[in-house]
Design a protein around this ligand. Structure first.
Ligand code: ADP
Length: 466
């Protein structure tokens, strides 16, 4: 783009294109019209020359020149006046008269003469010196089987040429005028067509992050612009939902942070109120440490969740799921120690997926931790790894407390604890399932839940095979 030259608006570009194309079409049509008109004029001229020549042939012009003129004038009527003609003998010598009187002898071209000798007529355009070009018919008059005379009838091309020139002059005025009118019309149409777009832009500009509830109004025409408005509205609705979710998340996170901080502050304040024994200080410090650990866990989980939601910056190497499951199984065994819950592996078929091994391990571990946590003593936790249908399925099944159908979607939301007291006791941050789901989704997989309250739950991670 030339520096300093603003890019043309769509409206201007459309108008320019439209006018340019119209100009080309008009020029082509005019040129075609010009050729057709010229051809028609010459055809008419030739037909009229032929009529005169035939009359001349059929009239025996042996009389005096003056008488012959009178005869021809009567015979030809108006055709007589704008033509000139002459009679020649077969050798091309001028006969005693021609019309108009004293007119210069028309040249008999060698080809016309040769044609005449063969009994053929010739139409040609000849350049006559000084005046306009002449359309000339040379026709032999055959009597008794041989060429008795040659008749030449000519007519100036002046009238035909000036008709063509007038046609061109008219076009030179009409084409620019037509294109100019079309450009004005095109510009008005383009402006009208784009007005709704301007209105949409204005409406979109009014909508801010604080005001995502507003929508662009549809005109009800169902056309492209209405579809665009509907698409933008859909995007706004998704943005609004995302913003609400973000606000809720920030509020929940603040709330989660405040609880241990308040506990911490309370403990420290109480211990500062009076002199305490070393044992009492030790107790306060120990419980403070617990709260600090809780805060660290929460901060780490928040970080992990935000990284997992950020998506595919994760390393994408091949991940063998078998050793991963064995590793998580080991951790599960340790977690279950002393709880009366048995952990075991049911099925295990080798499967490799693409992704981040550490993240995937984290996701499965969260499920196993929950399974052990929410299964009472005497219960079982079973892990399995199967593959088929282009996918690997990693299932974590427990015989724990289960989740009601109504809660099955909610448990994946951040900070969602179905029984706050119970969960807080068990020390979960409420982010475990949200993190697991974010990791699985970032790997192009799904995390499904089947559960029966009181009977147990089954979490299934499905990942596309590498
Ligand atoms: P938490 O840190 O509280 O475990 P999660 O996001 O891992 O957070 O789980 C959210 C909630 O889902 C838990 O508080 C619990 O109520 C419920 N939940 C998760 N896993 C199970 C399970 N295997 N059985 C029953 N309830 C579960």
């Amino acid at each position: 783009m030339t520096p300093g030259l603003a890019p043309l608006s769509i409206r201007t570009r459309l108008t320019l294109w439209y006018s340019g194309i119209l100009l080309c079409i008009l020029i082509v049509i005019s040129l075609l019209g010009y050729s057709v008109l010229r051809w028609n004029l010459v055809q008419d001229l030739d037909a009229s020359l032929l009529t005169v020549a035939q009359v001349l042939r059929d009239t025996s012009l042996t009389t005096e020149r003056a008488e012959a003129e009178t005869v021809l004038r009567e015979l030809l009527g108006p055709e007589f006046y704008d033509k000139f003609f002459q009679l020649l003998d077969p050798e091309g010598r001028l006969a005693p008269w021609s019309w108009p009187r004293g007119s210069q002898a028309l040249r008999l071209s060698p080809s016309a003469r040769a044609n005449a000798a063969r009994g053929l007529k010739t139409f040609e355009t000849v350049r006559s010196d000084g005046s306009d070009d002449v359309r000339l018919l040379t026709m032999p008059i055959i009597r008794g089987g041989r060429v008795a005379q040659i008749v030449q009838v000519g007519m100036s091309l002046y009238r035909a040429r000036s008709a063509l020139r007038r046609y061109l002059d008219t076009l030179v005025i009409l084409i620019p005028l037509g294109v100019a009118l079309a450009a004005v019309g095109g510009a008005i149409i383009a402006r009208t067509a784009f007005r709704p777009v301007d209105e949409m832009a204005l409406a979109a500009r009014r909508i801010t992050a604080e005001d995502l509830g507003q929508r662009i109004s549809l005109r009800g025409t169902g056309d492209e612009l209405d579809r665009l408005a509907a698409t933008l509205n859909g995007m706004l609705a998704r943005l609004a939902a995302a913003f609400t979710e973000m606000r809720r998340f920030a509020a929940d996170a603040a709330h989660e942070l405040r609880t241990p901080l308040t506990a911490l502050k309370g403990g420290i304040e109480v211990s500062l109120r009076a002199a305490r024994s070393a044992e009492e200080y030790r107790q306060v410090l120990a419980s403070s440490l617990e709260e600090v650990e809780r805060l660290i866990r929460l901060a780490e989980d928040l970080l992990l969740l935000s990284r997992s939601t950020a998506g595919p910056e994760t390393r994408r190497g091949p991940v063998d799921l078998e050793p991963l499951l064995l590793d998580v199984f080991d951790v599960g065994l340790r977690l279950a120690q002393g709880t009366g819950v048995s952990v075991r592996i049911n099925d295990m078929t080798p499967a490799t997926v693409r992704g981040d091994a550490a993240a995937l391990r984290r996701a499965v571990l969260n499920l196993v931790e929950n399974a052990v946590k929410y299964t009472p003593a005497g219960g079982k936790v079973e892990l399995s790894l199967t593959s088929g249908d282009g996918h690997a399925s990693l299932a974590v099944q427990d015989t724990g407390i289960g989740i009601t159908p109504a809660d099955q979607n909610r448990v994946f939301e951040p900070f969602m604890r179905l029984d706050a007291a119970r969960a807080r006791e068990s020390g979960g941050t409420g982010l475990g399932l949200a993190i697991a789901r974010a990791i699985v989704l970032a790997h192009g997989g799904t995390l499904a839940l089947e559960s029966q309250p009181g009977a147990g739950s089954r979490f299934i991670v499905r990942l596309p095979l590498a």
